[in-house]
Design a binder for this molecule. Structure first.
Ligand SMILES: [Ca+2]
Ligand SMILES: [Ca+2]
Ligand SMILES: [Ca+2]
Ligand SMILES: [Ca+2]
Length: 361
């Protein structure tokens, strides 16, 4: 039996695929689905907010020097349309490397299935059907490499467990149940915290942070381990990314009073370290991703007309640098490497297509 979506067979309490979509991104559009995917996010998509950082309040720490910088040398400059036409999934739009070539691909989740447009490094190529049934979770749908083969797999989070459909490079294989535990919390993230090349599950709860590691066989998640017996949260964002460059994702809390890091030891998160003593976050988005290709994730703050970065040197985040003065589009935005040079690029899901701003040296 093709197991289909997790909702169909495993979560009667939620009521199937019509259930909640709390963590699904990009679902603002309500237009007809195929048209939405192929012919444009149109009005629906423009209602999507610029996201995680929120648009209220003060607190952009880094506006110094904008007017005098020679933008020719900025790392993020020209924007180009990688799809030519509007692209978004009514159940979610994602960017992850499902083919294993180092370039993040574009993924649209619709009720009818999962659709992939491969990155060529210069554009997203033609539509491919990777699943002819819908696949989404109640509390979240994710794309991360949990099997360790370099290809991001599809993951659906339900109250009765996590369901994985592994990528084989050309499609998502049948549904597998990887844990029977509820991994929902204040947030659920997938990142490789123990450095074995497989993304693990990180659940933040009111009183702790629980990790379930992907097993060495690539067949399931282990039981819950308490990696922090204290809560961990940033009021401007909480992230799991390798800021120290040892291959293990660390915990990063971005707050309006500074940025805290708890290093992964491989078996837990070490005590808090203060990596910035001043506020640094974006009014549009804040990302903790490697913008410099040194293997250490940096903090990138996207504001309405500027983007700033503070580089990780492995022990702290350095001074604020202007990296782009391209005004951001008021659409869903991602920071992910789409051309395989190890530097995160900006990807904006605009009504007329997916706009990419590549990073460069
Ligand atoms: Ca995989
Ligand atoms: Ca792992
Ligand atoms: Ca870096
Ligand atoms: Ca790149």
């Amino acid at each position: 039996m093709e197991a289909g979506t997790a909702g169909d067979t495993h979560t009667p309490e939620i009521g199937g695929t019509g259930g909640l979509e709390r963590a699904t991104v990009g679902d603002a559009g309500s237009s007809e689905e195929i048209g939405g995917r192929l012919n444009g996010g149109a009005a629906g998509d423009t209602n999507t907010t610029t996201g995680l950082g929120g648009n209220s309040g003060a607190g952009d720490a880094g506006n110094a020097g904008d007017a005098n910088v020679d933008d020719v040398h900025l790392p993020y400059r020209d924007r180009s349309n990688w799809t030519g036409v509007g692209f978004f999934g009514t159940r979610g739009t994602y960017f992850a490397d499902v083919t294993g070539d180092g370039r993040a691909d574009a993924i649209a989740s619709l009720a009818s299935g999962l659709y992939v447009h491969r990155s060529t490094g210069t554009h997203f190529s033609a539509n491919e059907t990777w699943s002819d049934v819908g696949f989404e979770g109640w509390f979240g749908t994710y794309f991360a490499d949990v099997t360790g083969d370099g290809r991001a797999d599809a993951i659906a989070g339900w109250s009765n467990g996590l369901f994985v459909r592994r990528s084989n490079g050309t499609s998502f294989e049948p549904n597998e149940q990887w844990t029977t535990e509820n991994c929902a919390g204040d947030s659920t993230d997938f990142a490789d915290v123990d450095g074995d090349g497989r993304a693990d599950v990180i659940t933040r709860l009111n009183e702790s942070v629980v990790v379930r590691r992907a097993n060495i066989d690539g067949t399931g998640f282990g039981s819950g381990e308490t990696w922090s017996s204290l809560p961990f949260a940033g009021n401007k964002g909480t992230f799991f990314a390798d800021v120290t460059g040892d291959g293990k994702a660390d915990a990063v809390a971005v707050t309006d009073g500074g940025i805290l890091v708890r290093r992964s030891t491989g078996v837990g998160f070490a005590p808090n370290e203060i990596w910035t003593t001043d506020a640094f976050y974006g009014l549009g988005n804040t990302f903790v991703v490697d913008g410099t290709a040194d293997g250490k994730a940096d903090v990138i703050a996207v504001n309405p007309t500027t983007v700033h970065m503070r580089r990780s040197d492995g022990v702290t985040f350095g001074g604020t640098e202007l990296v782009s003065n391209l005004p951001g589009l008021p659409v869903l935005r991602f920071a992910v490497d789409v051309n395989g040079d190890k530097r995160a690029d900006f990807v904006e899901v605009a009504p007329d297509g997916v706009q990419v701003t590549l990073s460069r040296e």
